[in-house]
Design a protein around this ligand. Structure first.
Ligand code: C2E
Ligand code: CA
Ligand code: CA
Length: 689
């Protein structure tokens, strides 16, 4: 019997096959990334239904495009079986494709099963026509159609599997291309199968007078497109929400990590450490085994950071963290508290000797040197050890005591360790007290300035004074700067305190002025933290101008060690001070390692020889004076004035005069005085008219 095809429907069948293939590719990508098993099953089932409908309707539309000179129809039940077969095949295909790996064996068996499935669907669908006598199939073309179905299935499985990762380059174009190829293969299989069918003359369609073919075709086409497109949209929408949910959860992970880990070293931070110690205390109560806290602070890290830059400082911290982790057991917690402070929590410590061994191991390892990205270097910690339960019962107490022990280790020569002892607590308590005193000192007016006179070497006249700060606390008493400036330096409060010193000095200068006393230069000390302020000079200028004082009445003292840390920056800052009309003095000269080249470049007015050399004038006989003589000669050749600090004996004074030291300062000549006492001194020395 001669058969004909309605071309329009053939094209539509191809379009449906292609769309179904695309849907399959998209779903494969979605399902393979789904974490929830429930969702996965839901999508597999729904996807298989949509895809199955797609493949089946491609086949059915293909059938509707086909016509014989006799009336045709389809048995409903058998047609339904073919739809079910299509869905089962689709389910099977999606499961294969969504697997993380697709081995060659699975590809072949999967392709075979799928191919037979599709062929089965097709020939079941043909059977729905219930032709009498039965359709005769040509063996060659029949075999070819099954082979095409198998080959197309294998190709489809392989393509879908490789394209399931949606993050690859141009995945959309690749999927569209692949869908076209797959669509052609599926359609090809169908029409090959149709070509294999011989309808014997005089055949009658047993299912004729079923449903109207035209109406059926339109309904099925619309229905299929709707199903496939809705599936695609749902898949896209779901992908989008999954993506959003994924972003939110990864953001959340990041936040949790930020809150619990130190970003630089990737070690647990203070908060996490506290939790671990808390847990250790709890566990210790049960197991009755103690634990140790090793508190570490790197020696000289600040100098490295200031002189070699923060980036390098970060490198050092990272490298130290890594090496430290290698020195301890896996069960121990290594945390960074911030800055250059690290803590090891060593649990299940039987005896203090175990903690001691651990500290020794760390020191020994660090002594070998650690490698940063650019170089090897030795950076040593000072370690303080506190043991639970003997050294404290709470997290705070244990950390505080380990910290106090660490300070003792620093005081004991650094690069060593100390166990906590009760007396250290007093020192730590005092530090805490001073810290809180500093918080209220500016507001409550606890600070005061003393002034120590400087005298001319030749005439003995008062040449000026140095402003020295004191803290007068109602409970702690009067504190010398050495007791609180280092603490304020650590906390940063020294910056505000420094501005207070400048303001108070200006006010005092005005008071002396209005009392009719002779004007003179007052020296103000600057600390490293102040020197690090980029707007230091501008701020000081503002204060001095506001107080109505002339800049040339004030000079600033910068210690040699600080000046040399970043000599280039210091030079710049000195220049800025000088341009504003202030003079600069290099303080504690001889204690740092000045490069003479820089000393020359600083071009400062004054050099203050450290007290150490002044006392050397007495102790070391000739050698002592030779050094002082050399310094004075050097300073004079650079056109600087020399001030000798800490002059305590008459013999020192005589020798300094002999060596032509320009100015002297010391207890022998004048101790630091209150402003009033200093006024009296000036009054006494005023020439009586
Ligand atoms: P410095 O700049 O070397 O100040 C001189 C210190 O030597 C003063 O100690 C002074 O009292 C002491 N001194 C003076 N003559 C003699 C002597 O003949 N023998 C002995 N043994 N000592 C003498 P002070 O006031 O305790 O100050 C200590 C340090 O505190 C100062 O050392 C300075 O570096 C720092 N400082 C003082 N005031 C300030 C301030 O306002 N700001 C900053 N940043 N630091 C300050
Ligand atoms: Ca000074
Ligand atoms: Ca000094």
């Amino acid at each position: 019997m001669q058969s004909t095809y309605y071309l329009g429907l053939v094209v539509v069948s191809l379009a449906v096959a292609t769309l179904a293939s695309y849907t399959a590719l998209d779903l494969a990508g979605r399902i393979s990334t789904m974490a929830s098993a429930r969702l996965r099953h839901l999508w597999l089932a729904g996807g298989a239904a949509a895809m199955g409908t797609g493949i089946w309707s491609m086949h059915f539309i293909g059938m509707l495009a086909f016509s014989l000179p006799i009336p045709l129809g389809y048995d409903f039940a058998i047609t339904s079986y073919s739809l079910i077969i299509a869905m089962i095949v689709s389910y099977f295909a999606l499961v294969q494709v969504a697997r993380p790996t697709l081995s060659a064996r699975r590809l072949v068996t999967g392709g075979l099963l799928m191919g037979f499935g599709i062929a089965g669907m097709h020939y079941t669908g043909m059977a729905a026509m219930q032709m009498q006598p039965g359709i005769h199939y040509r063996p060659g073309l029949f075999a070819a159609s099954v082979a095409i179905a198998i080959a197309a299935s294998m190709a489809a499985l392989w393509i879908a599997h490789t394209l399931r990762d949606s993050r690859q380059h141009r995945v959309l174009i690749k999927r569209i291309g692949a869908a076209c190829v797959m669509g052609i293969a599926i359609t090809g299989m169908h029409y090959t199968g149709m070509a294999a069918a011989d309808f014997l003359p005089g055949s009658v369609c047993g299912a004729a007078r079923g449903v109207n073919a035209q109406w059926l075709a339109t309904t099925i086409i619309l229905f299929t497109f709707v199903i496939l497109i809705v599936t695609l949209i749902l898949s896209r929408f779901d992908a989008h929400t999954t993506f959003l949910a994924g972003s939110v959860s990864s953001l959340n992970n990041q936040i949790v990590r930020l809150a619990t880990y130190d970003t630089l070293t990737d070690l647990p931070n203070r908060r996490t450490l506290n939790e671990h110690i808390e847990r250790a205390i709890h566990a210790s109560k049960q197991t009755r085994r103690g634990f140790a806290i090793l508190f570490m602070d790197l020696d000289g890290f600040k100098t490295i950071n200031d002189s070699l830059g923060h980036a390098f400082g970060d490198e050092v911290l990272k490298s130290f963290a890594q090496h430290l982790r290698q020195c301890v057991r896996n069960v121990d917690t290594v945390a960074r508290l911030g800055g250059d402070e690290f803590v090891v929590l060593a649990e299940n410590i039987g005896a203090p000797r175990d903690a001691e061994r651990m500290a020794e191991a760390v020191l020994e390892r660090m002594r070998e040197g650690i490698s940063t990205q650019s170089q090897m270097l030795q950076i040593m910690p000072s370690i303080g050890i506190a043991l639970y339960p003997q050294d404290g019962s709470s997290v705070d107490e244990l950390l505080k005591h380990a910290d106090a022990a660490m300070y003792e280790a620093k005081r004991g020569g650094r690069s060593t360790y100390r166990f906590f002892e009760a007396h250290m607590n007093e020192a730590a308590m005092r530090t805490l007290k001073i810290q809180s005193a500093l918080h209220e000192a500016l507001g409550k007016g606890y600070f005061s300035l003393h002034f120590q006179p400087k005298f001319r070497g030749d005439s003995g006249a008062v040449a000026g004074a140095e402003a020295l700060i004191r803290l007068n606390h109602p409970e702690i008493g009067v504190l010398p700067p050495m007791d609180f400036i280092p603490i304020a330096e650590r906390s940063g409060q020294v910056v505000e305190i420094g501005y207070w010193v400048v303001r108070e000095t200006c006010r005092q200068i005005r008071r002396w002025e209005s009392a009719g006393l002779p004007s003179m230069k007052i020296a103000i000390n600057l600390s490293p933290r102040q020197m690090a302020q980029p707007d230091l000079v501008a701020k000081i200028l503002e204060i001095v101008h506001a107080e109505g004082v002339d800049c040339n009445q004030i000079m600033f003292e910068i210690t040699e060690t600080v000046a040399m840390q970043d000599a280039a920056k210091t030079t710049e800052m000195i220049r800025e001070f000088q341009n504003s009309g202030f003079e600069i003095s290099i303080d504690d000269f001889g204690t740092g390692y000045s490069s003479l080249a820089y000393l020359q470049r600083f071009r400062v007015k004054q050099l203050k020889i450290d007290r150490f050399f002044t006392s050397g004038l007495d102790a070391d006989g000739h050698e002592g004076s030779a050094i002082v003589q050399a310094i004075i000669a050097l300073a004079h050749s650079l056109e600087m004035d020399v001030v000798a600090e800490g002059v305590e004996t008459a013999s020192q004074l005589d020798k300094l005069k002999d060596l032509q030291c320009d100015e002297m300062q010391g207890f022998l000549l004048g101790k630091p005085l209150t402003a009033d006492a200093f006024s009296e001194l000036l009054q006494e020395r005023m020439p009586t008219t």
